[in-house]
Ligand binder design. Structure first.
Ligand SMILES: Cc1ncc(COP(=O)(O)O)c(C=O)c1O
Length: 403
């Protein structure tokens, strides 16, 4: 099976004809393959991978991931509701909160969902609110990794509780009669070399010996995928070998023989399954540059504008000759650029383009900026059938019922 979803020109054109443009299309087989690779990272019986649903919260994708034996994390009540709709039970959801209101904590607690707090300030609020005895906290292990400073969360960042504040955790827990049942961490998003991840795992394992009632630890996600076709993949075989050794050493020494060890990838499970199809609406020369204008603005795919991220681009055309092109969206900002100076075949108005690796942080970061409805999502099953899994938003829904 190919690493990424592949579509022939005819199929791409038919999908756009049937469901409209722009359109997110996902390949179920690729999601299942990635799930199985993550599950194979460790054979420890208490190894429980979580899917970090922020990467893509489509309920049909959540169902596929659940059927592969995953649990989930949640960042908000909205994610909790999507996960419940996909069939996840409270014991399968971890609410990894970050600067949330007590009402949001209560929302999760009322449903029996474990909450991990992100600061001593939030742990105090949790305790004062009389929320369930068992709770968890997010450790900041002082080591970070990721594709952009905006998503490196270990080390100097707003996230988690530093090691030197652990006495504070014990103190607040004792004050309110709380039991620290879990510690999670996440050092950042998208690494293709797992050295930092493994080093940070060590910090978590050591910290875990300071909390006697632990039921789980969660090493976090961040497993990267190659966005450029020329990049190498994250070596999951090598990661598995090193990580499972560390997990085995840790669990052999830890007093709770049933302690669960979790990892929490988002992007890795869904990124390569997705392609974003769009339509070319203009081709123009301006100040020496050739601009290809499409309907894929940063309201539809934000990553290139937000992080300067690279996505490989396919132009579905029979024209073979390439030239330097700048691909833009239709948003009224000059920064609305998907790709600059790419060697690609010149399309004609009406041609379809495909943005690869769009399955993670694509739809989930899409907005209605410029008052454009969010696109539809379609799933391709292993037998090649296509199925609508989220309707395109309607223009009427944008008014929010106010007019
Ligand atoms: C707490 C937490 N866990 C897991 C993830 C998933 O990261 P990724 O999609 O890079 O695996 C994130 C994403 O930022 C996160 O904030």
């Amino acid at each position: 099976m190919a690493d990424r979803i592949t579509l022939e020109q005819e199929q791409a054109e038919e999908l756009v004809k049937k469901y409209g443009s722009p359109l997110y299309v996902y390949d179920e087989g690729i999601i299942r393959t990635r799930c199985r690779e993550v599950r194979a990272l460790s054979s420890y019986p208490g190894f429980t991978p979580n899917y970090s649903a922020k990467a893509n919260t489509n309920i049909e994708l959540l169902k596929i991931i659940k059927s592969e034996g995953f649990r989930v994390d949640a960042m908000s009540p909205g994610e909790i509701l999507a996960e419940e709709a996909a069939g996840f039970g409270p014991e399968e959801i971890l609410f990894i909160s970050n600067s949330v209101s007590v009402e949001e904590m209560q929302f999760a607690a009322d449903r029996g969902i474990m909450i991990s707090v992100d600061s001593l300030s939030q742990l105090g609020q949790y305790g004062r609110a009389g929320l369930p005895k068992k709770t968890a906290f997010r450790l900041n292990p002082g080591i970070g990794a990721g594709h952009s400073a905006k998503v490196i969360t270990g080390g100097r960042s707003k996230f988690g509780i530093e090691k030197k504040q652990l006495d504070g955790v014990q103190e607040i827990a004792a004050r309110y009669g709380l039991v620290i049942a879990g510690i999670n961490q996440h050092i950042g998003s998208l690494f293709l070399n797992s050295d930092e991840y493994l080093a940070a795992a060590e910090v978590l394992f050591e910290t875990a010996f300071e909390f006697s009632a632990l039921e789980f630890i969660d090493i976090g996600g961040g497993f990267g995928v190659p966005y450029r076709g020329t990049e190498g993949r994250l070596d999951m075989g090598a990661l598995s070998q090193k990580l499972s050794q560390k997990i085995d050493d840790f669990t052999a020494r830890h007093p709770n023989k049933n302690i669960r060890v979790m990892v929490e990838p988002g992007r890795y499970l869904v990124a390569e399954s997705g392609i974003l199809l769009g339509t070319v609406h203009s081709v123009k020369e301006n100040y020496g540059e050739t601009y290809v204008g499409t309907d894929i603005g940063f309201n539809v795919l934000m990553r290139p504008v937000l992080y300067d991220s690279w996505h490989d681009i396919l132009i579905f055309t029979t024209n073979q000759k390439t030239q330097k092109l700048t691909i833009t969206g239709n948003i009224c900002e000059s920064g609305d650029i998907l790709a600059r100076d790419r060697d690609l075949p010149l399309p004609a108005v009406g041609d379809i383009i495909g943005i690869e690796n769009a399955g993670a942080y694509g739809y989930s970061m899409a907005s209605t900026y410029n008052s454009r409805p969010r696109p539809a999502e379609v799933l391709l099953s292993p037998d090649g059938q296509d199925r609508l899994i989220r309707r395109r938003e309607s223009l009427a829904s944008l008014s929010g019922g106010m007019c």
